[in-house]
Design a protein around this ligand. Sequence first.
Ligand SMILES: [Zn+2]
Length: 108
Amino acid sequence: MRRMFVNFWTGVVAGLGKWLGRLMPPCAHIAQALSESLDHPLAPMRWMAVFLHVRMCLLCRRYQRQLRVLRATLRAYAGQLGGTPAVALPTLSSEAKQRLKAAMQRKV
Ligand SMILES: [Zn+2]
């Protein structure tokens, strides 16, 4: 009896996964939308599709995280070029710089 119960729910979950998989837009479309979302806000229905997809898709979630890191890094470097930095960049102490320089000279 317990085995039938487990098999039933396993089947329900698998079927639900297949159904959601057919409803979800493909990852290529989501990647494009994630890139566009950096430039301008997405339309509400598209935003919802992206939001749901990213919640369920590990690869798109990673891509979104990478885009965010890339954007923060670029903003920080743009700030170093003259604007106001959005993120404080880590800097090395002068001692650490000297140690690195000495280590590099030993290798050469
Ligand atoms: Zn995806």
